[in-house]
Design a protein around this ligand. Sequence first.
Ligand code: AMP
Length: 114
Amino acid sequence: MPEDCIFCKILAGEIPAAKVHETENTLAFEDINPKAPVHVLVIPRKHIPTINDLAREDGALVGEMMLAAREVARLKGVDRSGYRIIFNTNREAGQEVFHIHLHVLGGHPLGPMG
Ligand code: AMP
């Protein structure tokens, strides 16, 4: 675990987070600076800096993150109204934390992508 990774610190319990859901391999918690009424992050317990760093054997883990996001949407009550899930990768996408995370956004109309 890289010492400067804020999400590894959350996983280790060194930084608090408002947990929403967890599985053996994933953790979901409230985004500290929400961009929508529902804004939850789903992270793997394994430290992977970006989507570019995924190994072929990480496929099942990413699938588990998607299933966790689906469960988060259900728990937050946006599964029927609608939600968006996003991986930001590197600078032009605005990635700030280099431990992959799925944003789960919903609770109001989200507008076009861009
Ligand atoms: P990204 O720009 O895709 O790397 O997203 C990183 C997200 O992590 C941002 O939406 C931040 O608000 C969020 N974030 C950063 N630090 C924390 C933290 N300690 N607890 C919860 N969310 C955080």
